[in-house]
Design a protein around this ligand. Sequence first.
Ligand code: CA
Length: 481
Amino acid sequence: MKHTSFTFTKILFYTIFLVFNLVNTAVISQNKKPNIIIILTDDQGYQDVGFNGCTDIPTPNIDKIASNGVKFTNGYVSYAVCGPSRAGLITGRYQDKFGFGKNPLFAPNDPNMGLPTSEQTIAAYLSKSGYQNLALGKWHLGAHPTLHPLERGFTNFYGYLSGGHHYFPEKWTLNDITEVRSQNDGYKTKLLQDHTRVEEKEYLTDALSREAASYIDENSEKPFFIYLAYNAPHTPLQATKKYLDRFPNIKNKKRKTYAAMVSAVDDGVGLVLDKLKEKGLTENTIVFFLSDNGGPEQHNASNNGVLRGGKGDYTEGGIRVPFAMQWPAKIKAGIVYNNPIISLDIFATIVENCSPSIPTKHTLDGVNLIPFLKKSNIKIPHSQLFWRNHRQDAKAVRSGNNKLVIKNELNALFNLNEDISETTNLKTEETDTYIQLKKDWTNWNQNLMKPIFLGLLDGKEYSKTHPNRFVIEKRDSKTGK
Ligand code: CA
């Protein structure tokens, strides 16, 4: 009898122990912070992904992100060119709020040419929450030592500080920043690993993909954030034979090279997704995919489909981009989300789902997208979205299906629901709406700053006022200073 009672107690004990452990494991895995990967392409056209109807460039891996999660048909960026769009994305705030209203020049001596240190990046925020953060590829948020990715919350960096780059290692002829003599020389530097110049041997896109996959491989124990900023398919149009050979039927040489460059990115996305799967991280990793602005169709042979205009414009072709996201643990597969969302939502989504108890330094302009995707919030994420180009006195507002665009000779009100290509100006027919949206824009504009640095288009003026722009002291390979 005594023996039976002992066995019963033992069984009871082990059962409780087992249940406790199961619950505990479930709680831990539920509480484990999601990993985050932002895959950002450069100057890719709205229609140049399979999930937006591209027929001549297969993008099966990029498409997986949309089919595993959500494709945003009305996904925007906050500016129509590279630098300011990236500043908005990485701070979650309209970049003109802190004076980042121009594309920065490559100016390694200038601590004011780039993202002000008063701003908090996604990486700086996540580092407070135990994340390790890797920046890959194009930085373009400042080349001064105080603006380097490692000073902005990233624990690792592999890439280049300029606004663009050559793709082939043999073109990276400058050993060090002291050899830079012009804006374009920024395209020719050897790549940086943290602060050290490295002898990279691979085609740029492949090298960045490889680094992303190997980081996942080596850092899967702690939560990570990878900002994978591909240079492709930004000019110069340069692709390897491996990718060019995939497009024997594209006769236009520019389009063929562009297709090859997008195809290389797609392979890289495949590599990253496969690595997540191999490490058992697919479920709890949030992956975003988007382009930093619309395609400059004339320059890189990109295709914005039915959207009017391209890079630099505030008609849809400049600011509406291919945009998808997956997070299998929280959002269903195969969602098509049609309400307008913006790149600024990425930071807000990260905050609410990774460390909601830690406040951000500034109030963010984006929203957490998850409740909208789960339909626990059936309202629209943004009643209005705004754009400004201070230099050109350009304005744009999206409000429901109405769109106000004022830029150069264009001064118009469009209805995107009936007229996605923005061909019919309703300004005189719907005067009240036109006037109201202009007022709304003016109110929004009151909170913005003038650009705090001279931009890419002011290169001559900048060089005149900064005669020592390219007299650059060698930087320490350990500290970068
Ligand atoms: Ca760009």
